[in-house]
Design a protein around this ligand. Sequence first.
Ligand SMILES: CC(C)(COP(=O)(O)OP(=O)(O)OC[C@H]1O[C@@H](n2cnc3c(N)ncnc32)[C@H](O)[C@@H]1OP(=O)(O)O)[C@@H](O)C(=O)NCCC(=O)NCCS
Length: 177
Amino acid sequence: MITIRQEEEKDYQQVFQLTEEAFREMEHSDHQEHFLVEKLRDSEAFIPELSLVAEDENGNIAGHILFTKLKIVNGSESFESLALAPVSVKPEFQNQGIGGQLIREGHDIAGKLGYQSVILIGHEKYYPKFGYEKTSNFGISFPFDIPEENGMAIELVPDGLKNRKGIVKYPKEFGID
Ligand SMILES: CC(C)(COP(=O)(O)OP(=O)(O)OC[C@H]1O[C@@H](n2cnc3c(N)ncnc32)[C@H](O)[C@@H]1OP(=O)(O)O)[C@@H](O)C(=O)NCCC(=O)NCCS
């Protein structure tokens, strides 16, 4: 039995460890994701309600997901969206649907908070299961080169990305622009 709930300060150490562990064997990783989570918690882009943990019945933290504020910039216009990054499931808990639960619950909360879309860079086979499609379908691009299929977005409400063309601007803590 897995419960998804908002992360609390007492979880920080377990989240740090599981994030490091989840990305340890990942090829396309700088292996700094656990430090990124720490930086983002102190950032203006942080939304406490959208830092979620998956907890098992014994109180072990099996996974974590973080959505932070992100901008889509088009000349002098700027639109608010969310970045999904990172999502981590402890290796021994992977492939049991926990990543999916974290993503879906995150979408639900984000929608209730009034956010209209989410943008991410990730595996093109995983995120479409949850409704993500290529950002290029929405006229949204990244300020650096990535394979087109790895930049993805979801509308949390109908037309949530209509007339929201532009270039993604990640929070500075990501260090990617
Ligand atoms: C990606 C991750 C969060 C998925 O969580 P999970 O709880 O294992 O995933 P789920 O149980 O919801 O989904 C499992 C499905 O996703 C697939 N999947 C899992 N990780 C994947 C990945 N990195 N790339 C492509 N597919 C992946 C599995 O093969 C499985 O497919 P199936 O349903 O067709 O059998 C988890 O595997 C993880 O922490 N990986 C390491 C860190 C990472 O890659 N994070 C995402 C990048 S930001």
